[in-house]
Ligand binder design. Structure first.
Ligand code: SF4
Length: 301
């Protein structure tokens, strides 16, 4: 009877999962296959209340809750849902959700402050890129200006925000993304290396040669540019298997992580060493990325 959100960020692996909406109201990003076969639906409050009441039987008493699916600020009764969690789960001290810049842009400041005061603490947002051409290519449905406005609005209302960035679209993408992140100053920047999902438009565009993605070494260069150009305080995380690189002998790279600005120099030094190693492996044909591993069925996303 319990309805689980099919996707959640890795950082929410220990959270109680409550499905507030189903699917994605946009569902048009060219790289995304997550909710392709699902119609967007706002779950009735009665269904959510039932899940909240039985959640402890499934998860036990845990300190955090994550709301799925992709855009839960659209739920008109989110306030009541937050109150129900406070009443039924007094042990919860952190509630987080996915949302979209486009939705945040249209939310009133008063409602955002109210949601924050009722316990919603962190919003996970897919920026993907700060380059307007790449956003268009991905059909993300937002501009860099939308992302900046939405992020700032959420921060002003007191939220913590996580911005997700795709890696794989080149140097200009990395530079423009750093510019946008510098203007938002999110608490977290989380990297996802582009992994092509069969059935998505981007997959077909790459197959037809209309879009060329960076090679693995090029992606590390992108990450380096991003780190180098960020001038904000933030936690920089590669907390996803899509960032890994493998040789035939095993994992060679699991991603770069650190707090900026204090860890910047050591992150850049380790990136320089890794770029050399990965370039050699790439040139010798002994390197696998998340696309190879996904195709071989050795990882799932
Ligand atoms: S990336 Fe996010 S906004 Fe885009 S289609 Fe997928 S779930 Fe929707």
């Amino acid at each position: 009877m319990y309805d689980f959100p099919p996707y959640r960020p890795p950082s929410e692996a220990e959270s109680i999962l409550i499905r507030v909406t189903e699917g994605c109201p946009w569902n048009s990003c060219r790289f995304c296959g997550m909710y392709r076969n699902e119609r967007f639906r706002i779950r009735p409050i009665e269904e959510i209340e039932r899940d909240i009441k039985i959640a402890d039987r499934i998860f036990g008493e845990r300190p955090s809750v994550f709301f799925g699916d992709s855009d839960n600020l659209l739920h008109p009764e989110l306030e009541r849902i937050l109150d129900m969690i406070r009443d039924h789960m007094p042990y919860v001290n952190r509630i987080t959700t996915y949302s979209r810049a486009r939705t945040l842009k249209h939310e009133s400041e008063e409602r955002l402050i109210d949601l924050r005061e009722r316990g919603l603490r962190r919003i996970h947002l897919g920026l993907e890129s700060g380059d307007k051409e790449i956003l268009k290519l991905l059909n993300k449905g937002i501009t860099p200006e939308d992302a900046i406005m939405a992020g700032k609005k959420a921060l002003k209302a007191g939220f913590e925000i996580s911005e997700y960035v795709l890696i794989g679209f080149g140097e200009r993408h990395a530079r423009e993304t750093a510019k946008v992140l510098n203007m938002i100053a999110p608490h977290f920047v989380r990297l996802r290396s582009i992994t092509l999902i069969p059935g998505t438009e981007l997959h077909d565009m790459v197959e037809r040669g209309e879009v060329v993605l960076s090679t693995p070494a090029g992606r590390l260069e992108e990450v380096r540019i991003l780190v180098e150009n960020l001038s904000i305080q933030t936690e920089f995380l590669s907390d996803h298997i899509s960032n890994y690189l493998w040789s035939r002998d095993g994992v060679v790279y699991t991603g770069v992580n650190g707090k900026l600005p204090e860890d910047k120099e050591s992150m850049l030094e380790s990136m320089d060493r890794l770029i050399e190693i990965v370039s050699e492996l790439e040139n010798s044909g002994n390197l696998l990325d998340s696309n190879d591993m996904f195709r071989m069925g050795r990882i799932s996303l």
